[in-house]
Design a protein around this ligand. Structure first.
Ligand code: PGA
Length: 251
């Protein structure tokens, strides 16, 4: 049995004041012990959130890490070892906003994934197709390529200590959610691709859905056999809405 996971990606949102308020709201949630809950604040606010969530069963992760695992001369970057040092346990790699807007290649994503694991962080590998790719019937090909790059580089075993997030680019921040059937099709294909190398790894890996998840859509999405929870952007900035999504994963 895979433990469901709900993760909030706060992106480049938040001020010291709003982050404090959000952490306070999260503290007040009655969370099910059957669901792993995590939040990904901006790097600036990680320590504040860790302090604000002390004693609460919510993990804190970063939205990105450097390709270089150890500290060094790389201006503006944050290394996985530094993230671990402040108390992070997870890190997103390959979010589509970084792939699309900041030119992150599969090679760079693979190096970040490896850097995270080398330091003992759990990478959350984000994959997903654009609208044009979906309309061209290339969804499974695109996602399989993004996943395959990491498998080829690091071996399927790397996924025994990782999470995968399927996030169709056209559903992120647009209010358009993939239907449970559309999402399930891709999640099943991801698991099948991993199973071709290791049935055990495939059965254990958590595959989260992301893209305009709301409390109202979460129950049906999380009810699909290969959807193990969600990576939530906009809706994670509201503690009550996020809490409702976490509850949906526990049902
Ligand atoms: P969204 O973002 O829920 O606002 O669509 C999801 C994500 O980018 O992780």
């Amino acid at each position: 049995m895979r433990r469901p996971m709900v993760a909030g990606n706060w992106k480049m949102h938040g001020t010291c004041a709003s982050v404090a308020e959000l952490a306070e709201g999260l503290r007040d949630l009655a969370l099910s012990s059957d669901v792993d809950v995590a939040v990904f604040p901006s790097s600036l606010h990680i320590s504040q959130v860790l302090a604000g969530l002390q004693g609460v069963c919510i993990q804190v992760g970063a939205q990105d890490c450097s390709v270089e695992p150890m500290p060094g001369a790389l201006t503006g970057e944050v290394s996985a070892s530094q993230l671990l040092d402040v108390g992070c346990v997870l890190v997103l790699v390959g979010h589509s906003e970084r792939r699309q807007l900041l030119g992150e290649t599969d090679e760079v994503v693979g190096r970040k994934f490896a850097a995270a694991q080398a330091c003992g962080l759990t990478p959350v590998l984000c994959v997903g197709e654009t609208l044009a790719q979906r309309e061209a019937g290339k969804t499974l090909e695109v996602v399989s390529h993004q996943l395959g790059c990491v498998i080829d580089e690091l071996g399927v075993g790397a996924f025994s200590r990782a999470v995968v997030a399927y996030e169709p680019v056209w559903a992120i921040g647009t209010g358009l959610t993939a239907t449970p059937q559309q999402a399930q099709e891709v999640h099943a294909a991801i698991r099948l691709q991993l199973a071709a190398e290791s049935a055990e790894v495939a059965a254990g890996v958590r595959i989260l859905y992301g893209g305009s998840v709301k409390a109202a859509s979460a129950v049906e999405l999380f009810g699909m056999p290969d959807i193990d929870g969600g990576l939530v952007g906009g809706a994670s900035l509201n503690a009550d809405e996020f809490g409702a999504i976490c509850r949906a994963a526990g049902n």
